[in-house]
Design a protein. Structure first.
Ligand code: GDP
Ligand code: MG
Length: 161
């Protein structure tokens, strides 16, 4: 079963996507960044693919700085995952932290799908255009909360696996 890691800075919607793919609310969704204590793994499904989901958010409550947590998250994700979804927030656009995160992922040279979350109702359009600047290819607009874009995400996933 392929392992899929969901990575990205706090509050972009990683736990929301994890729960959607798991089909049940296993990870805590919170609008306060960085304080969730999530389960890290679950069985999930996208299209007709069974997946081992890895939510890297468990590192967000470490007592270390955000850059160190990002590196820890990324290293763990790349060790265990066949493919990563790198999530950004379409309503906030690409932040400096997103860019540094993207640098790590690009250097690692492993399959990464760039997904722009919170795009329901065309509200993420600005962030979607912005997302090309992280250099990880064509961004996939999704709404983890509303289940939009899941079939596009699936199409990209089967290309990478
Ligand atoms: P994480 O820190 O990356 O795990 O993010 P969470 O999954 O905890 O979500 C952070 C916040 O974004 C919560 O308030 C969620 O309800 C919200 N959120 C997640 N996905 C979406 C989405 O698709 N659209 C909108 N509008 N909000 C979302
Ligand atoms: Mg989370």
């Amino acid at each position: 079963m392929p392992a899929l890691a969901i990575v990205g800075r706090p509050n972009v919607g990683k736990s929301t996507l994890f729960n959607r793919l798991a089909g049940k609310p296993l990870a805590i969704v919170d609008d306060r960044p960085g304080i969730t204590r999530d389960r890290r793994e679950a069985r999930g499904r996208l299209g007709d693919l069974d997946l081992r989901l890895i939510d890297t958010a468990g590192y967000e409550d470490a007592a270390t700085g955000i850059e160190a947590r990002m590196r820890a998250q990324t290293e763990r994700a790349l060790q265990d995952a066949d493919v990563c979804i790198f999530l950004i927030d379409g309503r906030e656009g690409v932040t400096a932290l997103d860019q540094r995160f993207a640098d790590l992922l690009r250097k690692a040279g492993r399959p990464v799908i760039l997904a722009v979350n919170k795009c329901e109702g065309a509200r993420g359009e600005a962030g979607l255009g912005d997302a090309w600047s992280v250099g990880l290819g064509e961004p996939v607009p999704i709404s983890a909360a509303h289940g939009e874009g899941m079939s596009d995400l699936f199409q990209r996933l089967i290309v990478e696996l």
